[in-house]
Design a protein around this ligand. Sequence first.
Ligand code: SF4
Ligand code: SF4
Length: 382
Amino acid sequence: RLVVEERMNKLADYTETVAVNNMELQDQSIGIITSGISYQYVKEALPTASVLKLGLTNPLPSGLIKEFAAKVDKLYVVEELEPYMENEVRRLGINVIGKELFPPYGELSVRMVYEKISGQPGITVAPAFDSPIRPPVMCPGCPHRGIFYTLKQLKLIVSGDIGCYTLGAMAPLEAMDTTICMGASISAGLGMIKAHPEMAENMVAVIGDSTFLHSGITGLMDVVYNGGNLTTLILDNSITAMTGHQENPATGKTLMGQTAPQVDFVALCKAIGVKRITEVDPFDLETVKNVIKTEIAVPEPSVIIARRPCALIIKNTEKPLQVQDCTGCKMCLKLGCPALSFDKENKTILVDQALCTGCGLCIDVCKFKALRKAGDDNVKNN
Ligand code: SF4
Ligand code: SF4
């Protein structure tokens, strides 16, 4: 503790002079203390205001803040969520305006910063052209896509979690109903079925491999301990994908790339007390559907492990996809694969060969056998 305190004191001195804590003095009638993305909003909304941009915010540079406050007429703190910097500035005995204007939740924006500080309505600039809508979607070939496509088909309530697979909440999949915080999918699901037992046959919890290891195991223990009749899907894509492909205790490697003991999900779930554990290939849509239907109907805890590596860590060796005799039914578009688009003029599906990984999901979904891999007779090859 003494060492930590000593370091923090040294760090406090460092924050006063470090270049990332930077005073930009201009019009001194308004001074804004800000950090991170909020700085970009401030610069765009009020380009002539004086700004104290803090790149290092713990500990805060109290001397620099006092110096800045003394130079400006009216002082604001612009920060997202809780008033961390604002409270610290107030503790220094400095009058500041912050959460009286800005909400302690959600995201700020250029318009909000402009309107709240200037008191003037923001200007709406019409876009120069209609750009295509590009909502965030899972990557082409993502192993999570088929799971959410199936969950939507089965019209299940999905207690979700945090990872790439949270995109399962987005159109066209729209198959995630709650996402509370890291690891909450299983415990929230348990809470829901305890409050409403009739939900058990219509709901699943979905969690990624690394999130499960981070904070999902305790939830699963609670399910077993409390006799929860919940089916949990662990989506094991062999990596921590959303944050940039870090290794985790289930990948068999340390963050430094050294070989490490590898968590065995089946053995782990058994050790917790789960008796029903099934492993599935998420690209095998029929099996995925049948296993989910079976497990939600069984009145005891169950785990389905869907195992396929993230599409970005495997080398794509599949043959290019071909389209022939497409009826234009658009069923395959329900997968939300960015490699598929629709040619309105010719009423046919187009496959972007540069994006397509040949995962084969759309081949399975097309009832008209209009999609096939080059050289295949509409036979899935995975
Ligand atoms: S490729 Fe198949 S599923 Fe997709 S629009 Fe054409 S016929 Fe329908
Ligand atoms: S095979 Fe179909 S679903 Fe898979 S990446 Fe290619 S276009 Fe997308």
